[in-house]
Design a protein around this ligand. Structure first.
Ligand SMILES: CC(C)(COP(=O)(O)OP(=O)(O)OC[C@H]1O[C@@H](n2cnc3c(N)ncnc32)[C@H](O)[C@@H]1OP(=O)(O)O)[C@@H](O)C(=O)NCCC(=O)NCCS
Length: 369
C-alpha cells in the first residue's frame, strides 16, 4: 500500500475528503478549513503534515501529525499531535487507518517527538499504543454565582480577528504553560471557533496583567497567560458574559491551581490520549523536574518494551532495580492519573516513585488537532 505526503495541489480534494468522512457520522461537522485554519494552508510544509492513501486516483484515507514544543514547568517537551484520522465511508474496514497510524508513529519517532497525543476514543487508539493519561485539571465557573471582582483590574474582550496582541503581550506566553508559537501562526489560530481574546488591565497603570483566548460556543478557555489574579478575573468576567466557563490548568501551575480551586464552582481531572514515542527523549525533556523531585539515594532503571524493537532504558537517580513496562503502562507511570506505585507492574515497595511521578502534561485547546 502506497502512503504519500499530501502536496499543495491536494488541498481542495483533501478538505472535501475530510469533510465527507467526518460528516458521515456527524451531519453538523464543520469544514476543516473553518475548524483548523492554521493546519490547512496551501503550502508544501503544511500539506506534508498529512499522510494519505489513494485508490483509483482519489484520496481514501488520511492521518495528520503536527509537531509542537510544549513548555511545561520549565521543561520543553517535543510533542506531536495526531489528528484528521479518516477513511472514506465506502473504503472502511480494509485496514487503511491501521496502516496510517503505524506510518504516523514511525514518522513521529524519526522526527524526534518524545510523546504523541490525540483527542479520540480510547477503545480505538488504545489498540494502537495511545493511552489515557491525566491532562491537568478543568475548573468551571458559573456566571450566576460569582464572588466579588477585583477592583484593581479591568477586563475587556474583542473578537479574535480584531484583537490587538502587542509584542509585549505575546511575550507573556513565554512564562506560561503552553505551546510555543510564532505571532503570525498564532493570529491564524485565532480564527478557530470564533475565538475571543479577553484582556485584564491594571486600573492604575493600564498594564496588561493577563490575557486569554475564549471559545464562546464551547464556553472554554483555549489558551491563557499572565498573573493568577488577571486570569481569574478574566474567567469570572467571561463566565458572567457566557453563562459559564471552564478553564483547563496544568498540574504544574501550583499557585494558580490553589486560587482556581478556591473560586471555582466545579473541578474535574482532565484526560488526554498519549503515547510515549521515546522514553529517552521524554525523560531528557523533563529532566529538570524529575531531578528536582528525586529523593536522594534512591534510584531505579526504567525499561520500556517496544514489541519487536529493542527496549529503551533510562536510569533514574542512583540506578538499581529495573522496572519493565510496555509503552501504555509507562505512559500511566509517567503521566498518571494514578500514583506511580499503583500502576500494574511497578513493584509495591518503590514508594519514592510517588514523589517523582506523575509529571504534568497539558495541551491548551487552541492547539488541539
Ligand atoms: C475511524 C476510521 C478512520 C477507521 O478507518 P478504517 O480505515 O476503516 O480503519 P481500519 O480498517 O484500519 O480499522 C477499522 C476497524 O476494523 C478493524 N480492522 C483493522 N484492520 C482491519 C483489516 N485489515 N480489515 C478489516 N478490519 C480491520 C479495526 O479494529 C477497526 O476498528 P475501529 O473502527 O473500532 O477502530 C473511519 O471509520 C472513519 O473515517 N470514521 C469517521 C471519521 C472519524 O471518526 N475519525 C476518527 C476521529 S478521532
Amino acid at each position: 500500500m502506497n502512503i504519500e505526503l499530501a502536496r499543495p495541489d491536494d488541498l481542495p480534494e483533501l478538505l472535501d475528503f475530510l469533510y465527507a468522512a467526518f460528516r458521515a457520522g456527524n451531519p453538523d461537522h464543520p469544514r476543516f478549513e473553518a475548524l483548523f485554519p492554521d493546519l490547512f494552508a496551501p503550502a508544501a510544509e503544511a500539506m506534508a503534515r498529512h499522510q494519505i492513501i489513494r485508490k483509483g486516483g482519489r484520496i481514501v484515507s488520511c492521518v495528520g501529525t503536527y509537531p509542537m514544543t510544549v513548555r511545561i514547568a520549565g521543561c520543553r517537551v517535543p510533542a506531536a499531535g495526531l489528528g484528521q484520522v479518516s477513511t472514506a465511508p465506502d473504503m472502511q474496514g480494509h485496514g487503511f487507518m491501521t496502516q496510517l497510524l503505524a506510518a504516523a508513529a514511525r514518522r513521529m519517532e524519526e522526527e524526534g517527538a518524545a510523546v504523541s497525543w490525540l483527542g479520540g476514543r480510547h477503545d480505538r487508539y488504545g489498540r494502537h499504543g495511545w493511552e489515557l493519561v491525566q491532562d491537568g485539571y478543568v475548573f468551571s465557573f458559573s456566571g450566576g454565582a460569582l464572588r466579588a471582582m477585583d477592583e484593581n483590574l479591568l477586563v475587556s474582550s474583542a473578537p479574535g480577528s480584531a484583537a490587538e496582541i502587542s509584542e509585549a503581550m505575546f511575550a507573556m506566553r513565554d512564562a506560561a504553560t503552553g505551546v510555543e508559537d510564532a505571532p503570525e501562526s498564532y493570529r491564524i489560530r485565532l480564527g478557530r471557533g470564533e475565538a475571543e481574546v479577553w484582556t485584564a488591565h491594571r486600573r492604575k497603570t493600564d498594564a496588561v496583567a493577563a490575557w486569554a483566548v475564549v471559545l464562546p460556543k464551547a464556553r472554554r478557555v483555549a489558551d491563557f497567560c499572565g498573573t493568577t489574579d488577571g486570569v481569574i478575573q478574566i474567567a469570572k468576567s467571561a463566565a458572567l458574559r457566557h453563562g459559564s466557563l471552564s478553564l483547563p490548568a496544568s498540574g504544574a501551575d501550583k499557585g494558580l491551581l490553589e486560587r482556581l480551586r478556591a473560586e471555582c464552582a466545579y473541578m474535574r481531572i482532565g484526560s488526554q490520549m498519549l503515547r510515549i514515542v521515546s522514553l529517552v527523549r521524554t525523560l531528557a525533556a523533563y529532566r529538570p523536574l524529575v531531578e528536582a523531585a528525586m529523593p536522594s539515594g534512591c534510584g531505579a532503571t526504567l525499561r520500556m518494551t517496544r514489541g519487536e524493537a529493542p527496549a529503551e532504558e533510562v536510569v533514574l537517580g542512583a540506578g538499581g532495580r529495573a522496572i519493565e513496562l510496555d509503552p501504555k503502562r509507562m505512559a500511566r507511570l509517567l503521566f498518571g492519573p494514578e500514583r506511580a506505585g499503583d500502576v500494574p507492574g511497578v513493584p509495591a515497595d518503590l514508594h519514592w516513585l510517588n514523589a517523582v511521578f506523575p509529571i504534568p502534561f497539558t495541551i491548551p485547546e487552541l492547539f488541539h488537532v
